[in-house]
Design a protein around this ligand. Structure first.
Ligand code: ADP
Length: 173
């Protein structure tokens, strides 16, 4: 049985991520999507919110599960019995970064095989951070996110902006 792990921050999940998940679900017998806690990235959505968003997006894929994790990827792979690590490549920056991570994972566990998926051309320019930036500035990027996530992103950024206005009003008082 071919079991793969696809770890990421997914803050939030984009259609680029979802395309990879669909392709991975067709290639592997089982695919576990791991929402990484990664507090150093200061996520906009909590880990529970991200897990719920990803679960909703993959609900039609019977062999895909959603888990949450922190720590070493190779430890998580051993825990769930995964032999394959799935990652996406959008550009040469991703390639350089992912090549080093892959080599390090191999050093930590020589059984860890990373399988790279090239991003589809229509998603190559997408990153969660760019989508957050554009949404915060009032741009419509609904074509790049599942509908529930697009709505949640707009709501969260509006809440943030209101909080910032409130804070700066309190400071100037
Ligand atoms: P991380 O913090 O692990 O980079 P991300 O959520 O940003 O988490 O990305 C998870 C994985 O998805 C990475 O392998 C990344 O290269 C890939 N990825 C991100 N955006 C896209 C996209 N638009 N198309 C294909 N793969 C993507």
């Amino acid at each position: 049985m071919k079991i793969a792990l696809f770890p990421g921050t997914f803050d939030p999940l984009t259609l680029g991520h979802l395309d990879l998940i669909k392709r991975g679900s067709a290639l592997f017998d089982q695919l576990a999507v791991a929402v990484m806690t990664n507090e150093s990235k200061k996520p906009l959505f909590t880990v529970d919110e991200r897990v719920a968003q990803v679960k909703e997006a993959v609900s039609g894929l019977a062999n895909v599960s959603v888990i949450t994790a922190q720590g070493l990827t190779v430890d998580l792979m051993n825990k769930i019995g995964a032999d394959y690590l799935m990652r996406g490549l959008r550009n040469t920056e991703d390639f350089r970064y992912e090549r080093d991570i892959s080599a390090m994972n191999n050093y930590l566990d020589d059984q860890c095989e990373t399988v790279f998926f090239l991003a589809k051309p229509e998603y190559q320019h997408l990153s969660s951070s760019l989508l957050k930036e554009v949404t915060a500035a009032g741009g419509d990027i609904s074509a790049y996110l599942p509908a529930n996530i697009n709505a949640a992103l707009k709501k969260r950024l509006e809440e943030r902006q209101l909080m910032q206005v409130k804070e700066s009003n309190e400071k100037t008082r």
